[in-house]
Design a protein around this ligand. Structure first.
Ligand code: ADP
Ligand code: MG
Length: 384
């Protein structure tokens, strides 16, 4: 099934026409029948559940089940297909989210398990092999963070996004040492600056039809921005989808160094925000779900550790899909050279996909183990 054409996919919130009328979208029954492209949302949702939930609005954001399930309804090729508009979306719409969370985060039991965080670098018990290291172009580790005192961005407003970027501008002035840098708003960047940052893998593209359907692009590009340290190795994304993406990245494969800087950066941001706002906690979280994010796939650590790696023989032999299949066996995934939903040009992005119920350092180990396997396979293919 192909994606539905979207007249203005980037800047407006396009609602599925049934959901816009708060009606059960019968096409979801069809997706299930076809058994192709069945998002986790479409697997979880039924007409019965929709009828029970359809008149409920969450207290903070007024989030509805129709908004929550719009992405997977508009775009059957989306893999998760639903979003939260605030913290309580996850409990108020548990009939949807519980099943989605337990399907994505396989093995995690929402009734029993608790999420525990651990950024201790010295606990990483594996190393990249020499052959893996020699193929790595760059390493990037990011986490998503949302502020406890605002709705999540899909359920937010122009005012909440403005308040968030103002707060981060104030915070940015307090960052020091290798975290010190400058914040740039999208609205004051030239198109050329924007393009260079996107092409350099520093900045989010926006203009993603699925993100638009999730409500990430409302009033784009107002109140979006990026903070870059002087060396561009410590980065904040402001109001992309989540309030904040905190990113540590550098050329080469020194994963532990990238992880250490990330942990330090998160602490500096958390402490800085506590000081400015007088609030504690500052990040939206709970014991069961860990960090709260707008996409259920990011819950828990909200961490994605990736390398950009050159695997030309594997790419030629099995393509991105084949590499992804192998990566999945070691709890990782493969993305294209420009990130999610992009093609492979010269490099593959290999990262952990597990996030909830694991400690941060364990997910770094997932990525290292997977990259070692792929590097070995690449070397085993004879050169022509
Ligand atoms: P995220 O998980 O942060 O949303 P995306 O898949 O949207 O990641 O990618 C965001 C950007 O980060 C893209 O430009 C992508 O190419 C870049 N990126 C991802 N991993 C790396 C890496 N290891 N080195 C350099 N850039 C990277
Ligand atoms: Mg992304």
């Amino acid at each position: 099934m192909s994606d539905k054409p979207n007249p203005d996919p980037f800047f407006d919130l396009i609602m599925d026409e049934d959901l816009a009328k708060n009606q059960w979208p019968a096409k979801i029954d069809q997706f299930k029948k076809d058994e192709t492209h069945v998002s986790l949302m479409a697997q979880a949702m039924t007409r019965e559940k929709f009828e029970i939930l359809k008149n409920h609005k969450t207290k903070t954001a007024g989030w509805t089940i129709a908004r929550a399930m719009n992405t997977g309804t508009c775009y059957p090729s989306s893999s998760v297909g639903c979003h939260a508009g605030d913290h309580e979306s996850y409990t108020d719409f548990a009939k949807l989210f519980k099943s989605v969370i337990e399907s994505y985060h396989k093995g995690y039991n929402l009734d029993k398990d608790k999420h525990v965080t651990d950024f201790e670098v010295t606990k990483i018990s594996v190393d990249l092999s020499e052959q893996a290291r020699s193929k790595i172009i760059s390493t990037r580790i990011r986490v998503a963070r949302n502020l406890d005192f605002f709705p999540l961005n899909p359920g937010g407003t122009q005012q909440s996004r403005l308040d968030i970027i103002k707060l981060i501008e104030e915070l940015a002035l307090t960052l020091e040492g290798d975290l010190k840098g400058e914040l740039f708003r999208h609205t004051t960047m030239t198109p050329e600056q924007n393009r260079r940052l996107v092409d350099g893998h520093f900045l989010f593209k926006g203009k993603d039809k699925m993100q638009a359907a999730s409500g990430h692009h409302e009033r784009w590009p107002i109140d979006r921005g990026i903070y870059l340290s002087e060396t561009k190795e410590f980065i904040l994304w402001i109001n992309e989808g989540d309030h904040l993406r905190i990113i540590s990245m550098e050329q080469g494969g020194d994963v532990k160094h990238v992880f250490e800087r990330l942990g330090r950066g998160i602490t500096a941001i958390e402490n800085g925000l506590k000081k400015i706002t007088g609030k504690d906690p500052v990040f939206m979280s709970d014991d069961t779900l860990g960090m709260i994010t707008c996409c259920p796939s990011n819950l828990g650590t909200a961490l994605r550790a990736s390398v950009h790696i050159c695997l030309p023989k594997l790419i030629a032999k099995m393509g991105l899909e084949g590499i992804d299949k192998i990566a999945r066996e070691s709890y990782c995934q493969a993305r294209g050279s420009g990130g999610e939903h992009s093609e492979v040009i010269d490099r593959v992005d290999i990262s952990n996909w597990r996030r909830l119920g694991f400690k941060e350092y364990e997910l770094i180990e997932d990525m290292i183990n997977c990259v070692n396997v792929l590097a070995l396979m690449e070397n085993d293919i004879p050169s022509r």
